[in-house]
Design a protein around this ligand. Structure first.
Ligand code: FE2
Length: 184
């Protein structure tokens, strides 16, 4: 029987089984899910559950029991795939918030490329939710969010370099989502 992990409730349950010991990361995840729900008008009606489920699950790769490569979008996506999660959900988690850029820094581009990136309003809205939520669930605007990541990870680290390079890509996704919300 396939797991219906693309429903927000099942996704929330799975996240809650893995993330609470991580403290802030769990607060962040809950806030990103709430933000995704607020932003769900930026996607088609029948994609709203998928968006919110992806928000619940985007950072599960940080859970110690899932750690494999140490690159959380990939570890999270692989775990979801192993559970039989729907393909789109797996790919959204693999590619959340500019994962391609960090994969390049970590020498994991080929591993990530197993999962195709959908460039869509859903991925844009997932980026929007993550990139307007602080590390402990605060509501941040995009520039503040980028700024705090660049401070939290030191210059020369994979994340610092990747986020610096990804900034225009992420900013464009946030802007497109905002425009869709304004038009809805
Ligand atoms: Fe993440």
């Amino acid at each position: 029987m396939p797991f219906s992990l693309d429903t927000p409730q099942r996704a929330a349950e799975l996240a809650e089984s893995l993330l609470p010991p991580l403290g802030d990361r769990w607060l962040h995840t809950q806030a990103v899910a709430a933000r995704a729900a607020e932003a769900s008008k930026a996607v088609l009606d029948d994609e709203q559950d998928l968006l919110i489920a992806a928000a619940w699950l985007h950072d599960i790769g940080y859970a110690p029991e899932l750690r494999d490569t140490g690159f959380h979008p990939l570890d999270g996506a692989r775990h979801l795939a192993s559970l039989g999660a729907p393909d789109r959900l797996v790919r959204l988690v693999a590619h959340h918030s500019g994962a391609v850029y960090e994969a390049e820094q970590r020498g994991l581009s080929a591993e990530l490329a197993v999962y195709e990136r959908e460039d869509s309003p859903v991925l844009d809205a997932l980026i929007y939710a993550d990139m307007t939520t602080g590390p402990a669930g605060q509501r941040f605007d995009f520039d503040r969010r980028i700024g705090e990541i660049l401070v939290r990870y030191e210059p020369g680290s994979e994340v610092h370099t990747a986020i610096s390079k990804a900034r225009p890509y992420l900013g464009a996704a946030v802007e497109r989502t905002q425009e869709r919300l304004n038009a809805s």
